[in-house]
Design a protein around this ligand. Structure first.
Ligand code: NAD
Ligand code: DAU
Length: 338
C-alpha cells in the first residue's frame, strides 16, 4: 500500500506516520506538507531515514503539486489543515483556503488518480457545543452546528468529502474525533502549553471560568482508530472517535497536570475568555467500538502522566518550537495576561 499523508509534519500526522511505519513496515508513506508554522520535520526524526518514507513539501491548494504527489498512491489520509481555533479568530482566511479549498483540490486529484480510499480526519467541533446541564454526547447523527471559523471550515470540508462520495463515487471514510494530546503537539494547544509553561516557570492561562469541558483522546489511540477504519471501515461511513468517559473541565486538567509535576496551583491565571467559546464537547464512540472493536488503550490519567513525562524529557524539541514566531503569536493572543 502507498499512503499519501497530508499534514504529516504536524502533531497527529507525524504520530500517525510513526505509528503506521512501526505496524506496517511493508507499506510506503508519502508525507505531503506545506510546513506552515505548525509543520515540523523534527517530529519525524525517528523515521526520516526509513526507505519506505518520503517527504514532499507542497500546498494542498496547489493543483499541480497535489497531482504530482498523488501518483501511484492508493490511499489518502488527509490531516493537513489550519487547526487552532484561536488563530481562526485572529484571521479566518487561511482556514477557508486550506481546510475548504485545499480539501476540494485534494478530492479532485484523488478522484482522477482513482485512489482506493480517501480518509478525511475531522473534528467533533463541527457539531457545535453541548450544555453542562446534560449528559448528552455527539454521535454520527448529530446535526452540524459549527460556531468558530475553524469548525465552520472543517464542516465545509466534511460536506465536500461526502459530496464526492455521493456525486462521483469516491471511496471515502471520515472520522470526527475529539481533542488529541500527546507527544509533538504544538504548544499553542491547552495541554502542551500548560506543561511547557509550568516547566518554564510561567503562568498557565485559563480562559473564562475554566469550566469548559473537552473530550480528551490520546494521539496513539486516535492513530489506531484511523487504522481500524482504513482496514475494516465501510466506505461512505463516518465514525466518531473520543477518549474519556467522564467529563473533566479545563481547570481540573490543569490541577491534575500541576499535581503530576509536583507544583502548587499558584501558576493558574484566569484570562479573557475566547469569543464564542464552546462550553462542552463529549463524544459517543460506541459505533467504532461496536463495528470495528476500537477503544482507548489506557485511561486519561495514565496517558496524561505519560504525556507530561514526554515534554519533561524532550525539552530541546519544545524549546526550539517556542522560540521565534511562537513568541509573537503568544504575545498577541495573551496580551491582556502577560
Ligand atoms: P497541526 O496544526 O499540528 O498540523 C497541521 C499540519 O498541516 C502542519 O504540518 C501544516 O504544515 C500542514 N498544513 C497546513 N496547511 C497546509 C497546506 N495548505 N498544505 C499542506 N500542508 C498544510 O494539526 P493537528 O493537530 O495535527 O491536526 C491534524 C488534523 O486533525 C486536522 O485536520 C485537524 O482539524 C484534525 N483534528 C485535530 C484535533 C486535535 O485535537 N489536534 C482534533 C480533531 C481533529
Ligand atoms: O475538539 C477537537 C478540536 O480540539 C480540534 O478540532 C482542534 O484542532 C484542536 O485545536 C482542539 O480545539 P480546542 O479549541 O478545544 O483546543 P485548545 O487546546 O485550543 O483548547 C482546549 C480548551 O482549553 C478550550 O476550552 C479552550 C481552553 N484554553 C485553551 C488555551 C490554548 C484555555 O483555557 N487556555 C488556553 O491558553
Amino acid at each position: 500500500m502507498r499512503i499519501l499523508v497530508t499534514g504529516g509534519a504536524g502533531f497527529i500526522g507525524a504520530n500517525f506516520i510513526i505509528y503506521w511505519l512501526k505496524n506496517h513496515p511493508d507499506d510506503e508513506i508519502v508525507n505531503f506538507d506545506k510546513l506552515t508554522y505548525a509543520g515540523n520535520l523534527e517530529n519525524l526524526a525517528t523515521v526520516d531515514k526509513n526507505p519506505k518514507y518520503r517527504f514532499i513539501q507542497g500546498d494542498i491548494c496547489a493543483v499541480n503539486e497535489v497531482t504530482s504527489a498523488m501518483q501511484g498512491v492508493d490511499t489518502v489520509v488527509h490531516f493537513a489543515a489550519e487547526s487552532h481555533v484561536d488563530r481562526s479568530i485572529l484571521e479566518a482566511a487561511p482556514f477557508v483556503m486550506t481546510n475548504v479549498v485545499g480539501t476540494q483540490v485534494l478530492l479532485d486529484a484523488a478522484l482522477k488518480a482513482k485512489v482506493k480510499r480517501f480518509h478525511h480526519v475531522s473534528t467533533d467541533e463541527v457539531f457545535g457545543a453541548l450544555s453542562l446541564k446534560t449528559k448528552s454526547k455527539f454521535n454520527e447523527a448529530t446535526p452540524y452546528d459549527p460556531r468558530s471559523p475553524y469548525s465552520a471550515s472543517k464542516a465545509g470540508s466534511d460536506h465536500l468529502v461526502r459530496a464526492y462520495y455521493h456525486t462521483f463515487g469516491l471511496p471515502i471514510t471520515i472520522t470526527n474525533c475529539s481533542n488529541n494530546y500527546g507527544p509533538y503537539q504544538f504548544p499553542e494547544k491547552l495541554i502542551p502549553l500548560a506543561i511547557t509553561n509550568i516547566l518554564e516557570g510561567k503562568k498557565v492561562p485559563i480562559y473564562g471560568d475554566g469550566k469548559y469541558v473537552r473530550d480528551w483522546l490520546y494521539v496513539d489511540d486516535h492513530c489506531e482508530a484511523i487504522e481500524r477504519v482504513l482496514q475494516n471501515g465501510k466506505v461512505g461511513e463516518t465514525y466518531c472517535v473520543g477518549g474519556v468517559t467522564e467529563d473533566i473541565n479545563n481547570l481540573d486538567i490543569i490541577k491534575l497536570i500541576l499535581k503530576i509535576m509536583n507544583k502548587d496551583e499558584s501558576s493558574i491565571e484566569y484570562v479573557t475568555d475566547r469569543p464564542g467559546h464552546d462550553r462542552r464537547y463529549a463524544v459517543d464512540w460506541s459505533k467504532i467500538n461496536r463495528e470495528l472493536g476500537w477503544k482507548p488503550k489506557n485511561d486519561f490519567n495514565t496517558w496524561l502522566t505519560q504525556t507530561v513525562h514526554w515534554y519533561q524529557e524532550n525539552e530541546n524539541w519544545w524549546k526550539r518550537v517556542k522560540s521565534g514566531a511562537y513568541k509573537t503569536y503568544y504575545e498577541k493572543q495573551y496580551k491582556n495576561a502577560v
